[in-house]
Design a protein around this ligand. Structure first.
Ligand SMILES: C[S@@+](CC[C@H](N)C(=O)[O-])C[C@H]1O[C@@H](n2cnc3c(N)ncnc32)[C@H](O)[C@@H]1O
Ligand code: SF4
Length: 307
């Protein structure tokens, strides 16, 4: 019998930039949430695919790529919603197939992390699910509610601790510009509460964890897009965005000074590429932000920004 050469995808697929070289396998399609800024839930009916279909795709990928597969990412925007047994079974199956596989990753809404017990997260981690990408967006509960995120700062604190206790690496994203233009107080609270959230989840050991900032983009079809059209929301400019990021950085203050928090704000949506380790590189990052605030020509032009 001829072996299949086609792996199923429901386009467009959603994966973190850092998983660009990973094997992508469609475990879920779409998303159960409808956050106001996000396109992952548009034009797709949510489903967890049948386990045998997912296994068939893994078999096909094994025939095509075999030992070249070192990282695997289960699509789509929130595969942590997958029932525990299914997620465990496909993760274990992948590790049986690919001899060089090092880790499996998923996007994970905080509520779906919290719905899994500590024992279940430990079992997933032991099976090889080693990284979860969580969208925090903000540490400010009012802002989170206003963007329909269906999660609170406390949810993020608890979900982060659960992941870390299970030895699953946390990679969390925050979004600059969520409050909109001409709202300095909302922007300030967003920055301060987000820094407080990051301070509170900092582990006491030297493990690596990731915090990244994206800058709000307005894709057509989203609620934000409608709000702009109706004049209810105006995007912050690059100056306001950098001010917000600077306040966030000033409020970073870890109890554990040996923490290994890899900080990135170098996504295509960002105006100024920033990276470093927190809190060690805090001053260097603030200096770079100050440079960007004074030198507009150092910033990414609007037309180059993308998601
Ligand atoms: C595909 S989502 C998956 C997140 C995961 N489902 C969750 O809710 O935790 C990935 C992340 O990209 C970022 N993102 C999505 N749409 C964005 C937009 N319009 N502007 C800026 N960042 C965005 C958000 O940080 C979001 O959490
Ligand atoms: S941010 Fe995450 S939870 Fe919200 S709609 Fe997008 S993928 Fe779903």
């Amino acid at each position: 019998m001829e072996k299949s050469r086609n792996i199923y995808y429901c386009y467009p697929v959603y994966r973190p930039p850092s998983e660009h070289a990973s094997l992508l396998i469609q475990l879920t399609e779409g998303c159960t949430y409808k956050c106001d800024f996000c396109v992952s839930n548009l034009n797709k009916n949510f489903k967890v695919r049948a386990i045998n279909d997912v296994k068939k795709d893994l078999d096909t990928a094994n025939n095509l790529y075999g030992a070249r597969v070192r990282k695997l990412f289960f699509l789509d925007g929130n595969a942590m919603v997958t029932p525990f047994k299914t997620l465990l079974e496909v993760t274990e199956y992948a590790f049986k197939l690919f001899p060089e596989l090092q880790r499996v990753g998923v996007y994970a809404h905080a509520k779906d992390i919290l719905k899994k017990s500590d024992k279940q997260l430990e079992a997933l981690s032991e099976a090889g699910l080693k990284i979860a990408y969580v969208g925090f967006e903000s540490g400010d509960d009012q802002l989170l509610q206003s963007i329909n995120k269906h999660a609170t700062k406390q949810d993020y604190i608890e979900a982060s601790k659960k992941l870390m206790n299970a030895n699953i690496t946390l990679s969390a994203t925050l979004i600059n510009g969520l409050g909109g233009a001409n709202k300095p107080e909302i922007s300030r609270i967003h920055a301060i509460e987000s820094a407080d959230l990051v301070n509170k989840i900092c582990p006491s050991d030297e493990r690596i964890w990731y915090i990244s900032f994206l800058t709000l983009m307005i894709p057509p079809g989203t609620v934000f897009y409608q709000r702009i059209k109706q004049g209810e929301f105006k995007e912050m400019n690059s100056f306001e965005i950098l001010q917000e990021l600077k306040i966030f950085m000033e409020y970073i203050n870890f109890v554990n000074k040996k923490a290994n928090c890899v900080f990135r704000s170098n996504h295509a949506s960002n105006y100024l590429p920033l990276k470093g380790v927190l809190e060690r590189d805090k001053k260097k990052i603030i200096d770079t932000i100050n440079y960007g605030l004074k030198n507009k020509e150092a910033l990414r032009p609007e037309f180059y920004r993308a998601l």
